[in-house]
Write a protein that binds this ligand. Structure first.
Ligand code: SF4
Length: 446
C-alpha cells in the first residue's frame, strides 16, 4: 500500500505561499532560500536578545539589537518559570504536519498570553488587533496554545520593535481570540495546506507553478523578490536552471563564514575566565518586578515599580547612555609596542576563541542560526521534526555531524569569538564540535 504523503507546514510557509505560490515552490520544493538581508539579520539578533532575556534573564548586549530590544522590555512578561520561551510545537492533522516555535507563552495570566516578537522599520507596517485576530501565525499559535492548555480563549500579543527612528517606542498589539473563531479560521489554513500538499504531489519545482500575472504586487514586496530574474526569463520562455543555481549559490555564500586558510594545528588551550566576565552590564534597562521563579541574573538591572504600570508604553531607556564605553587609549604608545599590538591583533583575527557561559569583553559572532540550520538538517535527514527525536539519543551526535559538514570538517571556520551557553540545550549539544574547532576555550566558573 502506498504511504500517505505528508507535508510539513509552518505559518511562515503559508505566508510565502500567500505572497506567491511560485515563490513558495522555489523555496520549499527547489530548496532555495532567499539570502538573508541586513534587516532580517537585525531581526534575528533582536529575537535572540528577547529569547535570552525571557528564558534566562540575561540582560541584552550593548549593541544595536540590544538597544532596540531594551526599549520593549516593559511590554513583555516578567521572565520566570511561568513563561514558556521558544515553545516548540508539532501537531498532525491528517496529512498536514504543523510545526514551529512560539516566541513566548505567559501562563500566569487569564487568558494566557501567546506572544511574538516582530521587528519593523516602521510601525505603520504593524498589524492592528483585527488583522492579528485572523493572521495565519496568530491562528496557528492560538490553536496550539488552546489545545496544550485546554482553554477556550487566549490573548495574542505581538510586540513590534521599530529598528529605525531613535525616539520611536515599541508597540504591543493584543487581541483575545476564542476557540470558535480560531477553529473557523483554521479551516481556511487547512485548505491552504492541502493545496500546497497537492503541489508537492504533482510538481517538483517552482518553475512548474503558474502565476496569474507577472510581475504582481508580491514581486516587489519586502524589497523585491529574489526570483524576479528567473521569473522574467521564465516569462520569455527561457530555461532558468542556471539562474536558480546562481541564486542558490549566492544564498549559501551569504551564510557561509569566512574560511581560515590555515586550520589550527596546536592543541586547544583552556583558559578559565575571571567570574566578572560573565556579567553584561545594562544598568539602564528597566523591568517590572518579578512574579514567580524570577531568574537570579537580574541583579544588574534596576527594577522600578513604575515600569510595571508601563504595559503599553516602553520605558525611557536612553540609547546613548547604554552605548559601550570606548576602550582606554594610551596617549604615548611607542612604535615598537604598536607593531607588536598589530601582530597580536592579526593573530587574534586568525584564531577562534570559544566562550562557554561567559562573554568576551568585545563582540562575538552569533552562530545560533548556523546551529539551528544544522539541527534542522539533522532532523530532516532522520525523518523527525526535531534533532533530539533521533533514535537512541543520537540527536546531539548527529547535530555535531551536521556542524562538522557545515564547516567542512573544521577546515572552514569563524575567526573571532563564539559564545555558547550550556543552559541552552541546542547550544550545549553543539559544544563538542566548537570546542574541537576552537584555538582557545574560555569557561566560566560557576
Ligand atoms: S518574482 Fe514574482 S512571480 Fe516570481 S517568484 Fe517572486 S513573487 Fe513570484
Amino acid at each position: 500500500m502506498e504511504e500517505e504523503l505528508q507535508i510539513l507546514l509552518s505559518a511562515s510557509q503559508l505566508g510565502t505561499a500567500d505572497q506567491c505560490e511560485r515563490k513558495w515552490g522555489y523555496t520549499y520544493l527547489d530548496g532555495i532560500r532567499s539570502p538573508s538581508t541586513a534587516s532580517q539579520q537585525l531581526g534575528t539578533d533582536v529575537h535572540t536578545c528577547a529569547e535570552e532575556w525571557l528564558g534566562k534573564g540575561t540582560p541584552p548586549p550593548q549593541n544595536k539589537a540590544g538597544r532596540i530590544f531594551t526599549k520593549g522590555v516593559a511590554l513583555l512578561p516578567v521572565p520566570g518559570d511561568h513563561v514558556l520561551v521558544e515553545h516548540a510545537f508539532r501537531f498532525v492533522d491528517g496529512p498536514l504536519v504543523w510545526r514551529g516555535f512560539i516566541d513566548f507563552i505567559d501562563t500566569s495570566t487569564t487568558p494566557i498570553k501567546v506572544g511574538d516578537h516582530k521587528t519593523t522599520k516602521n510601525l505603520r507596517y504593524a498589524m492592528d488587533a483585527q488583522q492579528l485576530s485572523t493572521d495565519n501565525q496568530g491562528i496557528i499559535y492560538a490553536k496550539v496554545a488552546m489545545d496544550k492548555f485546554n482553554v477556550d480563549q487566549v490573548q495574542l500579543e505581538w510586540v513590534y520593535y521599530p529598528t529605525t527612528g531613535k525616539n520611536t517606542l515599541p508597540k504591543k498589539v493584543s487581541v483575545v481570540v476564542g476557540r470558535d473563531h480560531v477553529e473557523k479560521h483554521y479551516k481556511t489554513l487547512r485548505m491552504k495546506g492541502v493545496s500546497l500538499l497537492d503541489h508537492k504531489r504533482n510538481v517538483s519545482s517552482g518553475v512548474d507553478l503558474q502565476v496569474e500575472k507577472f510581475p504582481h504586487p508580491g514581486c516587489r514586496a519586502y524589497g523585491g523578490c529574489t526570483f524576479q530574474e528567473a521569473c522574467d526569463q521564465l516569462n520569455k520562455g527561457n530555461d532558468v536552471s542556471d539562474i536558480l543555481d546562481r541564486i542558490k549559490a549566492m544564498s549559501a555564500a551569504k551564510t557561509t563564514p569566512a574560511a581560515v586558510i590555515n586550520p589550527p594545528t596546536e592543541p586547544v588551550k583552556t583558559v578559565v575566565a575571571a567570574p566578572q566576565e560573565r556579567t553584561v552590564s545594562c544598568e539602564d534597562v528597566v523591568v517590572p518586578p518579578a512574579k514567580v521563579g524570577r531568574p537570579k541574573k537580574h541583579r544588574a538591572l534596576e527594577i522600578t515599580e513604575e515600569a510595571r504600570a508601563a504595559e503599553s508604553v516602553a520605558p525611557s531607556a536612553n540609547e546613548d547612555s547604554i552605548a559601550p564605553e570606548a576602550p582606554p587609549v594610551k596617549a604615548k604608545a611607542k612604535t615598537k609596542r604598536k607593531s607588536k599590538d598589530k601582530q597580536e591583533t592579526k593573530e587574534a583575527a586568525d584564531t577562534m576563541t570559544l566562550f562557554i557561559d561567559c562573554m568576551p569583553s568585545s563582540g562575538s559572532t552569533d552562530v545560533s542560526d548556523i546551529i539551528m540550520q544544522c539541527a534542522a538538517e539533522a532532523a530532516s535527514e532522520h525523518g523527525v521534526d526535531h534533532y533530539r527525536m533521533i533514535d537512541f539519543g543520537k540527536g546531539p551526535a548527529q547535530l555535531n555531524v551536521c556542524l562538522e559538514r557545515y564547516f567542512h570538517g573544521g577546515f572552514s571556520k569563524f575567526a573571532g569569538s563564539v559564545v555558547l551557553c550550556t543552559s541552552n540545550q541546542i547550544q550545549a549539544d553543539s559544544i563538542p564540535f566548537f570546542e574541537a574547532m576552537a584555538d582557545t576555550v574560555v569557561r566560566s566558573i560557576k
